[in-house]
Design a binder for this molecule. Structure first.
Ligand SMILES: Nc1ncnc2c1ncn2[C@@H]1O[C@H](COP(=O)(O)OP(=O)(O)OP(=O)(O)O)[C@@H](O)[C@H]1O
Length: 353
C-alpha cells in the first residue's frame, strides 16, 4: 500500500507544479481589447474594435482624421468608458491602479503648469506614479528627450516641440511596461522624430510594449511590428507589415528572354511584364517565419524573396538571358493605406456618422 503523503509533502509538490506551470505561461499581452464601441450622441466614433499589443511589441495605429484612434486609446486607458467591449492592460482591468501605474501615456493634447520647470513637472509625475525614481534617473530621462539643458526652465516658455519632448519624458519616467504614444512627433523637427524612433526601438529591445498613433506613415513603417488601420471607427485592416504589404516580390530587368527563360520565371511565381521589367510575385510560404518581427528595424526587406535570387539568376544566365537588375519590390505602407481607405469609401459612399 502506498504511503500517505503528509500535508507538507502535498504543499511542496503543489507549489513546485504551480511554479512550473506559471513558468511555462506566456505573460498576458500588454493590451488586450475586444469589441470596443463608443457613441457620442448619434455619432459612432468606434465600432467593434479588438486589438492586442504583445509584450515588447510595437503596434502602430493608423487612420484618417476622425477614424477613432484617440477614442480607442482613451478607452484602452480607462479614460473614456466604452459603450461595449472589454479591455485588459497588462492582464488587469484598465481601471485597476496597479495596471495604470505600469503604463506611460503621452496624450495628443496636453498642457503642463506653465510656472513649473521641466524638472518639477517630472518630479510631480514621479510622485503621482509612486515609482522609486532617483534624481539621476530623472536627469537621464530629460537628457534622453533632449531637454537636459532646459531642465530648470519654466515650461511656459517652452516651444511646442519642447513641450512634446517633456510629455514623452513624463510617459517614460516611471519605467512603464507599456507606453501609449498619441501623435508623439506632431510638433517635432526631423531630429526629434529620429530621437523618438530610437527611443521606441530601445523600449522594444527592453521588452516594453508600445502603441503608437501617428499620421507619419514612414515613421510607423520603420518601427512597428504590427499595424492596425482604423477607418470610420472600425478596423479596416490589421497585421504585420509583411501581411499588409506582401514581401515576396522581385523586380527584374531582363533582355534576351527565351521561352525557356520565361518558363523558368513562371516556375518560381506569377509574372507581370512591362517592357524589359518583369515583376515576379512569389507564392506565400507558410513555413517562412515573419522576419519583420524582432529584427530591430521592424522593416524586413526581402526575406524569403532574397533567398530565391542566386538560383534564379544563375538559371536565367545559363539560358542566355541578360540580367541587368534584380530588386525586391513591394508597395509602401502609404500606398497600402490609401488603397484600403479609398476602397472603404467606394464601398460606403455616404458617411453614416
Ligand atoms: N468628446 C467627444 N464628444 C463628441 N464627439 C467626439 C468626442 N471625442 C471624439 N468624438 C468624435 O469621435 C470621432 C473620432 O474621434 P477621434 O478623436 O477618436 O479620431 P482620431 O482618429 O483620433 O482623429 P485625429 O486623427 O483627427 O486625431 C470623431 O467624429 C469625433 O468628432
Amino acid at each position: 500500500m502506498a504511503a500517505t503523503a503528509t500535508a507538507t509533502d502535498v504543499d511542496e509538490a503543489t507549489l513546485r507544479t504551480t511554479a512550473r506551470l506559471v513558468e511555462g505561461l506566456q505573460p498576458s499581452p500588454a493590451v488586450w481589447s475586444s469589441g470596443l464601441r463608443k457613441r457620442y450622441g448619434r455619432r459612432t466614433a468606434v465600432e467593434d474594435v479588438s486589438l492586442e499589443v504583445g509584450r515588447g511589441q510595437v503596434v502602430g495605429l493608423l487612420g484618417p482624421n476622425g477614424a477613432g484612434k484617440t477614442s480607442v486609446i482613451k478607452m484602452l486607458l480607462g479614460l473614456v468608458r466604452p459603450d461595449a467591449g472589454e479591455v485588459l492592460l497588462l492582464g488587469r482591468p484598465a481601471s485597476d491602479p496597479a495596471a495604470r501605474a505600469r503604463v506611460g501615456y503621452l496624450p495628443e493634447l496636453f498642457r503642463y503648469q506653465p510656472w513649473l520647470s521641466a524638472t518639477e513637472v517630472l518630479t510631480l509625475h514621479i510622485r503621482l506614479s509612486g515609482a522609486d525614481v532617483t534624481a539621476r534617473e530623472r536627469q537621464a530621462c530629460l537628457a534622453l528627450v533632449g531637454l537636459a539643458e532646459r531642465a530648470g526652465d519654466r515650461v511656459g516658455g517652452f516651444s511646442k516641440g519642447m513641450q512634446q519632448r517633456l510629455g514623452l519624458a513624463v510617459a517614460l519616467i516611471a519605467r512603464p511596461e507599456l507606453v501609449i504614444l498619441d501623435e508623439p512627433t506632431s510638433a517635432l523637427d526631423p531630429l526629434g522624430r529620429a530621437d523618438v524612433r530610437d527611443i521606441v526601438l530601445d523600449l522594444r529591445s527592453r521588452g516594453v510594449a508600445v502603441l503608437l498613433n501617428s499620421h507619419l506613415i514612414g515613421e510607423v513603417e520603420r518601427v512597428c511590428d504590427r499595424v492596425v488601420i482604423l477607418d470610420r471607427g472600425r478596423v479596416a485592416a490589421a497585421g504585420t507589415l509583411r501581411e499588409l504589404l506582401g514581401q515576396r516580390e522581385l523586380r527584374l530587368r531582363l533582355t534576351d528572354v527565351s521561352p525557356a527563360a520565361h518558363r523558368c520565371l513562371t516556375a518560381v511565381g506569377s509574372v507581370e511584364r512591362s517592357g524589359d521589367w518583369f515583376t515576379l510575385v512569389l507564392p506565400p510560404d507558410p513555413a517562412d517565419p515573419d522576419p519583420d518581427l524582432g529584427t530591430g528595424t521592424g522593416n524586413g526587406s526581402g526575406g524569403a524573396a532574397a533567398d530565391v535570387v542566386p538560383g534564379l539568376v544563375a538559371e536565367l544566365v545559363g539560358l542566355g538571358t541578360r540580367v541587368h537588375a534584380v530588386e525586391p519590390a513591394r508597395i509602401s505602407l502609404e500606398e497600402r493605406l490609401l488603397g484600403i481607405l479609398r476602397a472603404g469609401s467606394a464601398d460606403r459612399p455616404e458617411d453614416t456618422r
